[in-house]
Design a protein around this ligand. Structure first.
Ligand SMILES: Cc1ncc(COP(=O)(O)O)c(C=O)c1O
Length: 434
């Protein structure tokens, strides 16, 4: 196994990795490397293995389908797992969204949603948000603003994209200037006013096909907006006949304590995007929408060769059934509250923690220079490294790279959470001088 490492330099440096290990197996919340070192995996393959590594029911469904039929193109005929998946998806998505199609990756369905919105509305432009991340293809890089590393050197990108501020209350310039009037728990509409201003100043409603938004920002810093933000976007879209595209690629499939994060905010999207947790690691993504939006698209213009692959669909059906049978969204809600409380306690003791926020098991810890709001990326990196050295895989995120994101599998129990928190607390102590 060690000799295999000789081939490692063949992989481009453009695909970096967190630990210099070869992972050989995973089970539930843990992965093991070639030297049998065990890691608590609180990355979940970036929000993918919500049912844990190699859940027996998901693995069995993959085996069973692989023995029967691996692939047939979706434009040729239906296969059984695809029809089963339509049924289970329709049970967990709002009834208004009555049409679906499948692709392989998150970026593909973000692109697909923009294509749908353009054909359905006859308009071209898209409003996206600061801190957002929607993928690494040319169109999705154009729609993302979380970090320059994703765009730098690849520009100019697709025109017709306009960025508005996200409701990031911890870093809101208005809240900083006037905390009595602006902030998460105030009645402020500043980010919504900025969207209205874009519609007056840069992209008129007649040219604007869609507003594309993450209901909780992922890669850009695990930012939870106040409910009035998404509710206000819904109202703007209704008034201006603009489509609301909700990207649940990272926040979906039980992660935030509900099947989808938008459910916390009492809104229904026009187009819903799913990937990652949908199939526990098999490549699959999905667009859900109202039939009239989907049917406005040219036949054959969505999907691709592998979209809706039979084995991936079988894994998705099993994953969604496991999420339901084991009440994993409820587990995420319950343990998420405990995690937030414990992290708030740590924030009181450690002034390097500026903010703790989250929904369910999608929780961010933002590091700052003590006594200020100046981002402290070096601290986040050092804490991450100390966690990894002590056997817990955990990721950073944020435009300033100063946020540690907690994104454990939803099958964790209190013991796993205590283990993770104890490693994290140890890492805070170990890095006290940074
Ligand atoms: C919110 C969101 N949208 C889109 C994507 C892109 O998905 P993929 O990497 O599968 O293309 C990601 C990936 O992290 C994401 O978090």
């Amino acid at each position: 196994m060690e000799n295999l490492k000789d081939s490692a330099p063949l992989l481009t440096k453009a695909v970096p990795h967190l630990v210099d290990s070869i992972f050989v197996r995973g089970e539930g919340a843990y992965v093991w490397d070639h030297s049998d070192k065990r890691y608590l995996d609180f990355t979940s393959g970036i929000g993918v293995t919500n049912t844990g590594h190699c859940h027996p029911k998901v693995v069995a469904a993959i085996h069973e389908q692989a023995d029967l039929l691996v692939h047939t193109h979706q434009n040729t005929a239906f296969h059984r797992p695809l029809l089963q998946l339509l049924e289970v998806l329709h049970e967990i998505t709002p009834p208004e969204l009555d049409t679906y199609y499948f692709a392989n990756s998150g970026a593909e369905v973000v692109e697909g949603a923009v294509k749908l919105a353009r054909q359905a509305t006859g308009r071209t432009n898209i409003i996206a948000f600061q801190y957002s991340f929607h993928g690494r293809t040319v169109m999705t890089m154009s729609l993302s603003s979380s970090k320059t590393i994703y765009r730098g050197g690849y520009q100019p990108l697709m025109p017709g994209v306009f960025f508005a501020p996200y409701a990031y209350c911890y870093r809101c310039p208005m809240a900083e200037a006037d905390p009595e009037k602006f902030g998460f728990d105030k009645d402020c509409t500043w980010p919504l006013d900025q969207v209205e201003f874009l519609l007056k100043s840069q992209t008129s409603p007649e040219e604007t096909a869609a507003i594309l938004v993450e209901p909780v920002i992922g890669e850009g810093g695990y930012i939870v907006p106040p409910p009035r933000f998404l509710q206000g976007l819904r109202k703007i879209c209704d008034k201006q006949e603009i489509l609301l595209i909700i990207d649940e690629i990272q926040s979906g499939f039980g992660r935030t304590g509900r099947f989808f994060a938008f459910e916390h905010f009492g809104i229904i999207p026009d187009i819903l995007l799913m990937a990652k947790g949908i199939a526990s690691g098999m490549p699959l993504s999905c667009v859900a929408s109202r039939r009239e939006i989907m049917d406005a698209s040219s036949p054959g213009s969505h999907g691709g060769t592998y979209g809706g692959n039979a084995v991936a669909c079988a894994a998705a059906v099993a994953s969604i059934n496991v999420l339901k049978e084991e009440n994993l969204p409820e587990n995420a809600a319950r343990l998420g509250k405990k995690l937030l409380n414990r992290l708030q306690e740590l924030k009181e003791k450690h002034p390097c923690i500026g903010d703790v926020r989250g929904l369910g098991l999608m929780v961010g810890v933002e590091f700052v220079q003590p006594g200020t709001r100046i981002p402290h990326a070096a601290k986040a990196k050092a804490v991450q490294k100390a966690c990894v050295d002590n056997g817990m895989l955990i990721l950073t995120c944020g435009s300033y790279e100063n946020v540690i994101r907690w994104i454990p599998p939803l099958v964790i129990n209190e013991d796993h959470l205590d283990e993770g928190l104890s490693i994290f607390e140890g890492a805070l102590k170990k890095t006290a001088n940074i």
